[in-house]
Design a protein around this ligand. Structure first.
Ligand SMILES: [Zn+2]
Length: 867
């Protein structure tokens, strides 16, 4: 970008200045906040204050609070519309919502498109340290409210919804740090401290989740609130304003490949048309930009892909800058990039996008209607069959319903021609209780994308994971079928709760959600005190079990299958005996456990070990530390934090990585190492950890954390990478001569970018209890990320490993890499001294959406110390 900090501002302000229509006195951001655009960072309180001032001053502006961040900051939708639209907004939105009904006829759509405004939804600051966007949002809102020339007439054709700060906690983390780090004047030297954000940075939300990966998984409350309000607006255009590397220029659509092939032509047509409008606005100033590179439209958890699956033209705009850029930074090309420049660019594309959308209003609405009229064409429905662990399918259905996807449940058995997902047996008979997700429904493209076994990826590079198919993520038997017969289909019942409803109060102090009881088909407990209670192993059982342990309860994990209380119980069943728990009945009730009472005198089982067997592990609440801080992946630490605190309800201490040598590790039973770089733990720290393990501690390490301790403490070798393993000289030479494109493709495939693979589990190992997919205790699906696995050896246990003749289930992976991964260990454990290491090759809690990873990880934390 060839721009200097002296050039653009004043001239631009003049260019975009109000032609002061006869609009009422609408205060500028500078009047309310005391600073001009980009002069200082506006904290979130200032953003809210300005939007509320606009609301008070302008009849075109209405501020709605659609939720709160984890730290309690309000989430805003600032609606800006012509007075007559605003006064009957519900009616206007209801008409647009009609267009999202696949049954709406073309003639009805024409009627609506002839007179109704389109909706343009602008989201700013999903990444909190990409801070210029929220600054721009204030000026765009001001322009619309006062009728500035740059957006003249726009409100005749569109209703604008502005979310000025999607991630307010991350924004304030960045802004308050920057204010502390800068001196009297901003320092543009990129080496100055104000250009180096400390760990964990402002990109993420409170729990360090990347909210621009979460749209499809709803793990965070900011996402849930936004998705819940989406159907109010049914936008035709959505822009997600970001920042990228500080030496770059500006990116807008059309998108780069890969692009999910489910998008119809109109998605691409509008991406290009709006891009051309932005380009004209940038060309006028001579600003640099690019399109069609780097930012794709594939992974469904992005703020461009997800809205596009609902028929919007969902786009990402990227300004050079980000957390590195501060108020001003000198760039290698000699220019100085200022916050004012960055915000001006976002302000400019915002206005250009609004102009293009307004000019194409009725065509946008008609294309939006056609998107929905054609939904589900040629796509099969998906059938989900509950098995032994119905908690899995229930958790998946809950996510789908949270996404606004219609899910139906069969009241009676039926027959259908269906195609089983890979790894599941074919069937024609489906039981009552089978779930169906119709492809033809308003959110059918979203449902198909989330559920289909594979989304075709046509490109040689993608920005993110290449697979996510949810039946594999949840370990649920699934089939695809056309023409499913009537089976008394009823909408799946029950309030949409959240995956994380564990009864623990949310961090914002809001009251706890109702805990969904795990349903293992057992009756409710009786008030009398029986011999004990049995709980089948299942992830749904862990949160109430943790509450039971926290209240002082004690249990036993039974190592072998047995028969009792008129049913078979698998290995890993939990026995809560009266013998260890004087107040057993009350403990079980208070914990919300759905346990089956074992009647008095039935400790003697008809088949298998008796309940007092020695072939068992004691279950106690472990004292857990999780490594945090420099060198640790913020999102991996965040996923562990959120999982332990919000999903499992297990207290833990986050321990800074540079304190590990000084911490009294003896205070803990389990030390968790999230994904991290090699530098996170120095030699002294590793020695301290090893001494503690030899003394009886349990390390649970994932991904990069496992790679650090595997060779150093466990003497477990990593499987060699493909390059290291390839010793064939001729092949080496041929390979060395391949071109740059071939090298890039290979490098990408070697990385294994988020590919679904099946593991073989040892169902007799306690770490595998309840972890197999529904109906098959020997199989576990993982989202494999980095090509990192362990070399099996007699000296340690390989609890889960990749089979010989490994085939991919879904996603991108090279044959060479499959060959390399075959017969390598994914979950390894080894005794060292009196302690133990439990190593996961991947992070099983990645983005908190791969439900199948939760059970082996919970086993590692809760049963691991007793092994
Ligand atoms: Zn971003």
């Amino acid at each position: 970008m060839r721009t200097t900090h002296t050039l653009p501002l004043l001239s631009l302000l003049a260019a975009a200045a109000p032609v002061a229509a006869q609009a009422p006195a609408v205060p500028s951001p500078a009047q309310v906040l005391g600073h001009e655009l980009g002069e200082r960072f506006t904290d979130h309180g200032g953003v809210v204050r300005y939007m509320e001032a606009l609301d008070a001053a302008s009849p075109r502006v209405e501020v709605r609070r659609y939720g709160a961040s984890v730290e309690g900051r309000p989430l805003l939708q600032v609606v800006i519309a012509r007075e007559d639209y605003l006064s009957r907004l519900d009616e206007v939105m209801a008409l647009n919502r009609e267009l999202s009904d696949p049954g709406t006829s073309e003639s009805r759509a024409r009627e609506i498109a002839a007179r109704n405004p389109a909706v343009v939804y602008l989201s700013y600051g999903v990444h909190g340290n990409e801070s210029s966007s929220s600054e721009a949002s204030l000026w765009t809102a001001w322009d619309l409210a006062r009728g500035a020339e740059s957006v003249a007439g726009v409100l005749d054709s569109v209703v604008v919804v502005i979310d000025p700060a999607v991630n307010p906690d991350g924004r304030d983390r960045y802004v308050s740090w920057y204010r502390q780090a800068r001196g009297a004047e901003p320092n543009a030297n990129p080496e100055a401290r104000e250009h180096w954000e400390p760990w964990p940075g402002g990109r993420y939300n409170h729990y360090l989740f990347d909210l621009n990966r979460d749209w499809a998984w709803l793990s965070q409350q900011e996402t849930r609130a936004r998705i819940a309000s989406w159907s109010t607006w049914t936008p035709q255009v959505h822009v997600d304003f970001h920042e990228m590397g500080w030496t770059s220029s500006y990116f807008f659509f059309p998108a780069a490949k890969p692009i999910n092939p489910i998008y119809p032509e109109h998605t691409h047509k509008w991406g290009r048309r709006i891009g051309e409008g932005n380009a004209r606005a940038f060309d006028r100033h001579g600003w640099l930009y690019y399109t069609g590179e780097s930012y794709d439209l594939f992974y469904p958890g992005y703020g461009d892909s997800w809205p596009s699956l609902l028929g919007a033209i969902g786009m990402t705009y990227e300004q050079a800058g980000g957390g590195r850029a501060g108020l001003a930074i000198e760039r290698p090309d000699g220019t100085t990039l200022t916050l004012r420049d960055r915000a001006t660019h976002h302000w400019t594309t915002g206005a250009a996008t609004l102009r293009t959308a307004a000019a194409g209003r009725s065509e946008l609405l008609l294309d939006y209607a056609r998107f929905h009229r054609t939904v589900g064409a040629g796509e099969p429905d998906v059938l989900l069959v509950p098995g032994d662990d119905p908690g899995r399918v229930e958790a998946l259905v809950e996510l789908l319903r949270g996404q606004g996807i219609r899910v139906e449940r069969a009241e009676r058995p039926f027959r259908a021609e269906a195609m089983a997902y890979a790894g599941f047996g074919a069937r024609r008979e489906f039981p009552a209780g089978t779930y169906r997700i119709p492809a033809r429904q308003p959110r059918g493209r979203l449902a198909t994308t989330l559920l289909q076994p594979e989304t075709v990826l046509e490109a040689t590079f993608s920005y993110d994971v290449s697979a996510w198919s949810l039946p594999f993520a949840y370990g649920v038997e699934a089939h695809r079928a056309d023409g499913v017969p009537d089976a008394g289909w009823r909408p799946a019942a029950g309030a949409v709760a959240t995956l994380t409803a564990n009864g623990a109060p949310a961090a914002d102090g809001s009251p706890p959600a109702d805990a969904a009881p795990p349903s293992n088909g057992a009756p409710a407990v009786k008030a009398s005190e029986p011999y004990g209670y049995l709980v089948a192993p299942s992830f749904a059982a862990w949160p109430p079990l943790v509450r039971f342990l926290e209240a002082g309860g004690r249990g036993i994990v039974l190592d072998e299958p047995f028969r009792a209380a008129d049913r078979e119980w698998p290995a890993g069943t939990l026995f809560l005996p009266r013998f260890l728990n004087p107040e057993l009945g009350g403990l079980v009730r208070d914990a919300g456990l759905d346990a089956r009472a074992v009647a008095a005198m039935s400790g003697f089982t008809p088949a298998g070990n008796d309940l007092g067997t020695r072939d068992a592990y004691p279950l106690e609440l472990p004292r857990v530390a999780v490594l945090a801080g420099d060198g640790v992946s913020p999102t991996s630490f965040g996923a562990h934090w959120f999982f332990l605190e919000q999903t499992l309800g297990l207290p833990f201490d986050a321990v800074p990585s540079d304190r590990i040598g000084a911490v009294e590790l003896d205070e803990y039973d389990v030390l968790v190492l999230p994904d991290m770089g090699r530098a996170a733990l120095d030699t002294g720290a590793l020695e301290a950890i090893e001494a503690w393990v030899r003394d009886g501690g349990t390390v649970v390490a994932v991904a990069g954390g496992a790679a650090v301790v595997a060779p150093r403490i466990a003497e477990i070798e990593l499987r060699a990478t493909a390059d290291e393993a390839d010793e064939d000289r001729d092949r080496d030479t041929a390979r060395a001569l391949r071109g740059r494109k071939a090298r890039e493709l290979e490098r990408w495939e070697e990385e294994v970018p988020g590919t679904i693979l099946a593991l073989r589990l040892d169902p007799a190992h306690p770490l595998a209890f309840g972890a197999g997919v529904d109906g098959d205790p020997e199989r576990l699906y993982v989202l494999h990320n980095a090509g990192r696995t362990f070399e099996p050896d007699e000296s340690f246990e390989s609890v889960a490993y990749f089979r010989d003749a490994l085939e991919k289930v879904s996603g991108v992976v090279s044959d060479r890499n499959l060959e390399r991964l075959a017969r390598s260990a994914w979950l390894a454990t080894r005794r060292v001294g009196d302690g133990r290491l439990i190593l996961f090759a991947d992070d099983p809690l990645f983005r908190h959406f791969w439900y199948s990873g939760f059970q082996p990880f919970a086993n590692a934390i809760l049963i691991g110390p007793a092994l």
